[in-house]
Design a protein around this ligand. Structure first.
Ligand code: ZN
Length: 258
């Protein structure tokens, strides 16, 4: 092949390559121009996707009230339903955890009721139980210096005042045990080490059940958090609230699967 011919061929090849590259750039620009702009903010759904599956009604009971605590005999049960102030710092810490857990549960599609409208509002144990009984479950939030457990009433545990005595039914006990078991795995990383039965409390009554347990017609537990984790500690309270919300969600999903 003559050198001149080779030069012409190379020129043709170069022109062809230049045309192809040009066409490619043109196509790329076209496709970029045609790509639709991404939405600025993803639209927020009206309800979370799993709202239909969850959707239970949850009572969160932030333990204890500001005083005073006059003796209050409940006419229906004969028990003294006066509240108490709990351990130092409990009122505010329990309230903070309950409010945050309420937010997290509502995002999951649950309806949540607190037993008190504000941290400063007192509520006696009858009033708390009445709100709990209008829900599917009642989760009572506390901390204790020595007991770090999820407590549920055993069938037959009693509370009495004078000649009045109430005991826990098999039905309430078995539902409460299931609720305690669902909560425990989520609370264990926060130092809540076991489930156990009611331990009596300090009310002006006798018997090993809690007043809130014998007045309950729905599954009821007392969470005794570790004050070393939650007391006056926003990050510990956040973790406790998240654990409670996850545990409650787990309970309802297990109940739905049964
Ligand atoms: Zn307490």
């Amino acid at each position: 092949m003559k050198p001149e011919t080779g030069g012409a061929a190379r020129l043709i090849v170069l022109l062809a390559v230049a045309l192809l590259v040009g066409a490619g750039v043109g196509l790329l620009s076209f496709s970029l121009a045609r790509r639709p702009a991404p939405p600025a903010v993803a639209p927020k759904p009206e309800r979370p996707p799993d709202a239909g599956r969850a959707g239970g009604v949850v009572c969160l009971d932030p333990g204890h009230s500001p005083g005073p605590f006059p003796s209050t005999i409940d006419p229906a049960s004969g028990l003294d339903v006066a509240d108490s102030g709990g351990a130092d710092g409990e009122v505010q810490t329990n309230w903070n955890i309950a409010v945050r857990a309420k937010e997290l549960l509502e995002r999951k599609g649950y309806t949540v009721r607190l037993t008190r409208p504000s941290v400063d509002s007192p509520a006696n144990l009858r009033e708390r139980a009445d709100i709990g009984n209008a829900c599917d479950i009642n989760v009572r939030i506390h901390f204790d210096p020595s007991v770090h457990a999820v407590l549920f009433p055993a069938a037959g545990q009693t509370k009495s005042h004078g000649s009045s005595s109430l005991s826990v039914s098999e039905e309430v006990s078995s539902g409460s045990r299931a609720l305690a078991r669902a909560l425990l795995p989520f609370l264990m990383p926060l130092g809540v080490t076991r489930i156990d039965n009611d331990m009596g409390g300090s009310s002006n009554n006798a018997g090993t059940a809690y007043v809130g347990s014998v007045l309950s017609r729905v599954p009821v537990v007392v969470i005794e958090n570790d004050p070393a984790v939650v007391r006056d500690n926003p990050s510990g309270q956040e973790r406790a609230a998240a654990a409670i919300a996850e545990g409650i969600d787990s309970y309802f999903k297990q109940a739905g699967a049964r």
